[in-house]
Design a protein around this ligand. Structure first.
Ligand code: M6R
Length: 617
């Protein structure tokens, strides 16, 4: 949520900040701004809406300076307009601050500052920070050396903050210095040639920094044109070895595709190919064997699409490995965790590794696991696409899905990667418990065919879904049905459509239709039904019949089969073992959502009100 970029060095800051913000725009895009400082002047420029508006403003009124901070916002406090955009300034316009996160005690601080005569210019929680820094600067001036002044003033200000934040500060009186602090929100320092950076995520640093240091909670960085100094919470200097940053790991190129989302959907065959080898080799991943030992039950914590992957995972754990499993909304779990039983494995699933609710739920579980089983290694596993994230630092074992950078806000290839991670774990657990059962062998064989089948489905389905999307021009509601292991795919299909096309959509287990949702059906409500052969195939077809009898337009996702006369349209899937089928049935769901939104002329990669990583509660 929100992206921060800051730089200092020998080059003009504004172009570097804009480039970094462009790469962080997936983190929030309702307003943007930047500030630079030159001797005697602090320049600030902000604009409502996407980054392009800030760019246009800066073309008309350029700002200069080799030290600056930038921000792209996802509004939490105050409307998404230029007034509430960051940077936020103190009253004198001499301190500028960008912040990512939430200042939970901002009301109290604001009241206190107002009582001291401070006037606020925005509705943001962030604005308390420049005022606090300005007051601390006034208090400290003359008592400490000028080179320590800004750092100590920021330290004094952040001592008063409660919440989770990453921030960067510049000050008119020290145009050759910038200070950044991390506390429970990601912040990296990037080291380039004669240029130093801070950013909330790695893509902003790709190509400009050759190495990075990830700040720890409570840590502060002081950046000058000469280099970077780190300080711990008590103000002591710390040293850390930077990690090299390979720019090509974070390339953000659409190739021949119109949108990142479409490119990422098509990349799924490659994600699968890489995973299939891992699925078969997983027991060799050492740290995983330790965490999977003696597991008797599994609880899965996640949000959104990651939760849908977790539902597929739970089904596999129960049906393949015979291990009772429960899936929780991380946001609910953190306030009402069920009793924890011995030998429970807790898995947190988050593609970004930064989702605040998931991290908070896992933090609770870490304590509870330690208290319950103090003498065994923590049974805590994270599944993520970003092993360098906060999740990577929080949990002792990480399964990196290695799906490559995903820029589209709607998760697609990372969803497939998460599901594949669950196949790998479930197969490992199943083999551990029951040896090579017929079901395990069948699943392994089916997985081996997956990359080729995915390529076929992607190729065949793209055009068909594009054609089908024309029929959705006036659609207001869509129902998605699935059963068993394909029920989570119905949920995911509905979520994808909602997120990017703004059409109301709901996913249901097909058998639940007649218990209420069927009342919604008429000829204006398309029903997308996943019908893969398996124990509930006939039931799914009967459920589809019930919808057809209410005049619903029926789209079937399944093999071309004798019963296709039920469906008005069939999006065919190759015959495949039912337990493996979600890895294929999800593709038409994603492509249909994509084409419906693209056909409506919507901004598929940056849908309204959303952000790629949700770092606030
Ligand atoms: O980064 P996470 O996987 O933890 O994100 C969880 C949800 O915010 C995310 O899946 C959201 O639902 C996406 N926009 C899905 O497309």
């Amino acid at each position: 949520m929100c992206g921060i970029v800051a730089t200092i060095g020998s080059r003009e800051a504004a172009p570097l900040l804009l480039q970094g913000l462009q790469r962080l725009e997936y983190r929030g895009y309702d307003s943007a701004g930047l500030a630079t400082v030159t001797p005697g002047q602090l320049h600030c420029c902000k604009a409502e809406g996407k980054l392009v508006h800030l760019r246009e403003k800066l073309e008309k009124t350029p700002v200069s300076g080799c030290c600056g901070i930038g921000h792209t916002r996802w509004a939490t406090h105050g409307k998404p307009d230029a007034r509430n955009a960051h940077p936020q300034l103190d009253e004198a316009g001499s301190v500028a601050v960008v912040q990512n996160g939430i200042i939970e005690n901002h009301r109290h601080l604001r009241q206190h500052l107002e009582q001291r005569g401070v006037h606020f210019g925005s509705d943001t929680d962030t604005e308390v920070i420049p005022h606090l820094v300005a007051q601390a600067l006034a208090d400290l001036r003359g008592t400490v050396s000028p080179t320590d002044l800004l750092r100590l003033a920021v330290a004094q200000a952040v001592q008063q903050l409660e919440g989770a934040y990453a921030l960067a500060v510049i000050w008119l009186d020290q145009p050759e210095e910038l200070v950044a602090v991390r506390y429970r929100a990601p912040l990296l320092v990037g080291l380039g040639e004669g240029q130093f950076f801070c950013a909330s995520d790695t893509p902003a640093l790709a190509g400009v920094a050759s190495s990075i240091v990830s700040l720890e909670d409570g840590e502060m960085a002081r950046l000058t044109p000469l280099g970077v100094e780190l300080f711990d919470q008590s103000g002591q200097r710390t040293q850390r070895t930077p990690h090299p940053l390979r720019g090509d790991d974070y390339t953000t190129d659409k190739r021949q595709f119109r949108h990142f989302m479409l490119k990422e959907i098509h990349e799924q065959a490659d994600v699968a190919a890489a995973w299939v080898e891992r699925c078969l080799a997983l027991p060799a991943e050492d740290s995983l064997t330790t965490v999977l030992q003696d597991v008797q039950r599994v609880q899965l914590l996640a949000c959104g699409t990651s939760r849908h992957a977790a539902l597929v995972g739970a089904h596999l754990f129960e049906q393949l490995a015979g291990i009772p499993s429960s899936v929780h909304y991380a946001s609910e779990f953190r306030y009402a965790p069920p009793p924890l039983l011995p030998r429970t494995l807790t898995i947190g699933v988050t593609q970004s590794g930064e989702t605040a609710d998931t991290l908070a739920a896992l933090t609770i579980e870490m304590e509870r696991h330690r208290a319950l089983e103090p003498d065994v290694p923590l049974r805590l596993l994270g599944i993520t696409n970003r092993s360098d994230s906060s999740l990577g630092r929080l949990v002792p074992h990480i399964l990196d899905i290695r799906a490559g950078v995903e820029i589209g806000v709607a998760a697609t290839k990372t969803f497939l990667g998460q599901m594949l991670a669950f196949y790998a774990i479930a197969l490992h657990l199943a083999s551990q418990r029951h040896g090579a059962s017929a079901q395990v062998t069948a699943c392994r064989q089916a997985l081996a065919q997956l990359p080729e089948q995915l390529s076929q489905v992607l190729h065949a389905m793209d055009r068909r879904c594009a054609d089908l999307a024309h029929g959705f021009a006036e659609t207001r509601d869509v129902i998605y049905l699935g059963r068993g292991i394909n029920y989570p795919i119905a949920l995911e299909g509905a979520l994808k459509l909602k997120e990017i096309s703004y059409i109301h959509a709901e996913g249901y287990p097909a058998g639940e239709m007649k218990h209420g949702p069927i009342a919604l059906l008429d000829q204006h409500v398309p029903v997308v039904s996943i019908a893969m052969p398996g124990p509930v195939f006939e039931k799914v077809l009967s459920n589809a019949q019930e919808a057809k009898a209410r005049d619903a337009h029926l789209i079937g996702i399944g093999p071309v089969c004798a019963d296709t006369e039920i469906f008005d349209v069939v999006l065919p899937i190759p015959p495949v073992h039912e337990l493996v089928s979600p890895l294929l049935t999800v593709v038409p769901m994603q492509l249909l959502a994509y084409h419906v939104a693209a056909h409506r002329g919507l901004d598929v990669d940056q849908p309204r009100n959303l952000a790629k990583s949700v770092t606030v509660e």
